[in-house]
Design a protein around this ligand. Sequence first.
Ligand code: UDX
Length: 437
Amino acid sequence: MKISVIGTGYVGLVTGTCLAETGNEVLCVDIDEKKVARMRQGEVPIYEPHLDVLFDRNIEAGRLNFTTSLEEGLTHGDIIFLALPTPEDEDGSADLSYVLNVSEEIGKKIKEYKVIVDKSTVPVGTAEKVQAVIAKNASCEFDVVSNPEFLREGFAVDDFLKPERIVIGSSSERATTLMKKLYNPFVRSGNPILIMDEKSAELTKYAANSFLATKITFMNEIANYCEKVGADVDKVRVGMGTDSRIGKRFLFPGIGYGGSCFPKDVKALQKAGKDENYDFKILDAVIEINDTQKTALIPKITTHFKADLSGKKIAIWGLAFKPETDDIREAPSIYMMNALLEKGAELTVFDPEAMPNIKEKFGDTLTYATSMYEATKGADALVICTEWSIFRTPNYSKLKELLVHPVIFDGRNLYNTEDMKSEGFTYVSIGRKDVNV
Ligand code: UDX
């Protein structure tokens, strides 16, 4: 099939590349000329495991092409994916200007039947708006469908190629048939393609992300309570998660959720509710708790150092909002580092992928280490913000030699508290008893 993808951000690029992988002829459109030139040379503009291999293979096979011309994109594809940004507006709602501006152009330019697919995370009712904007100028038939993505950064290729479900909001038989044909190769395992109305599809995305953010937040509250009563959240987590009605995933407490989706989507659903005079009280609480949770380690650090952090050298491991990505959007590490800097601490930081992004944001207010161990040299304590695998089994003796004091504040509960006791570390984590040496 001939597919066009408008917007080569994270979602657009993964979608275009993976659709080319199943033999479709894909043309990706972006207004950024430099980016398009780089992609034509085979350069992947984002860090996402496995994407580079698929990218090279499909460019070489001539199935994956790039252009800055929207017109070319609109002529090429039978199905046109809109993977445009929907940034958070000042009032928390999703800004639809990119989606609607491109829709206006689509109306003016299409000359034969097309299926327009909303891939961006958009509020309920957007498909209707897109339909109306295109219809103003369109001189041919077209359909608009909603097809939310459920890609996790770091696992996006796998999530796209082997989805647990595909959600399609469509009220047109013709469009539904084409969409099923496109996605059938991805659900050979028997996972479902769920066809529903456009509004339900749009809400499914917000509801899924808000539910997961709520699940994490609930666990963070249980962790905080565990600290008050001397229970161990790891044990509670396993005790709860083995109930299949609850499930084991997304129950890991820590210094809060971040990233480009959860914070934005929870706020957008909260705002969308308010617009309909519906108060999502649970989301108000989730947002408030997560904001506090991002700096949950700060009071523990100030208590340890008896309030004064001026001149204290602190090493930070992990800056990305989660492992396997260089994305620092809404990363808890940023909130942690700002709070520590404000209290006068000197920070030396390390992350396997996110250093350039953090450097751009923090400049010379931080010291940038070239390895995880270098970051800890001469530090009064180590603070862990992201659970990268390489941090999971450090050389404890080396770490003790490098740190001035063997003190670890762990925002992601990477280590077993008993192990830390026997290794001789003061170890403070989330929802578990502190180890003091
Ligand atoms: C999320 C959704 O999972 C995906 O389906 C959607 O399309 C986009 O948003 P992503 O933002 O890439 O994906 O990250 P995810 O792995 O879901 O983690 C989100 C945040 O929750 C991270 O900050 C992570 O550290 C945190 N988290 C996750 C926890 O704190 N505890 C957990 O148990 C799981």
